[in-house]
Design a protein around this ligand. Sequence first.
Ligand SMILES: Nc1ncnc2c1ncn2[C@@H]1O[C@H](COP(=O)(O)OP(=O)(O)OP(=O)(O)O)[C@@H](O)[C@H]1O
Length: 248
Amino acid sequence: MSALLKLQDITVKGRSQPRLDRVSLQVDAGERIALLGPSGAGKSTLLAVANGLLTPQQGRVFWQGEARARSGRARRRQQARIGTLWQDLRLIEELTVQQNLNAARLAVWGWPRALLNLLMPLETKACTTMLQRLDLDPALLNQPVSALSGGQRQRVALARLLRQEPELLLADEPVASLDPRLAGELLTLLLELANPPRALLLSLHRPDLLAGFDRVLGLRAGRLVFDQPMASLEPGQLEELYAGTPGA
Ligand SMILES: Nc1ncnc2c1ncn2[C@@H]1O[C@H](COP(=O)(O)OP(=O)(O)OP(=O)(O)O)[C@@H](O)[C@H]1O
């Protein structure tokens, strides 16, 4: 498999200690990776470096073998290949489902088409297909997001993510605030959507939900303490990862 994302010796400084401390890892096409670690370990920071929102003080980031562009069109083009599912979903409440889905295309559309989409939502057929793929009724396309249930919102957020046509999916603790049923459903969906060659890197607080992942990373105090196939993870490694933290 080929490398999608490579982080090399990444350090992000923090107030008293580094948020990430010389972290190196690679995400290959088709991998489904769970990122574990106690609160404050640096999981969100690592995902922010991965999606390009945060530039590390030290180290290098490569996307498909090329050094990450510092700014401009090349950077946006690289970032458009990486889709992020945020814990709070970041849907735009007052806009319709279709306008929200199309928000995923703004990076490639340019502003005239983006403006037109606000007046007259575009690409209805592609949006309908996306909703159907996520078992949502296409009649929802014209509904404002504010009218949807919690479960529908999650699926719309996933549909928007897919509409971006990313090669790498990132998700920052997507199940943290969900009841067990919704959490299980969302993880199953994400694992299904991350079908090869697409890859998934997902941070998680819950080691009980690791089924279906190929690889697991353990982060503690900004350091990568393990990076291995899921099948070889030992219970003792989890105990050590969470030792001395609340709830451990
Ligand atoms: N914007 C920021 N500026 C400075 N330090 C920050 C900032 N955001 C987070 N930190 C610090 O960086 C460290 C890592 O935080 P991060 O949010 O990446 O951890 P996390 O593993 O995602 O935690 P959680 O599971 O609680 O979300 C923590 O010590 C945190 O206080």
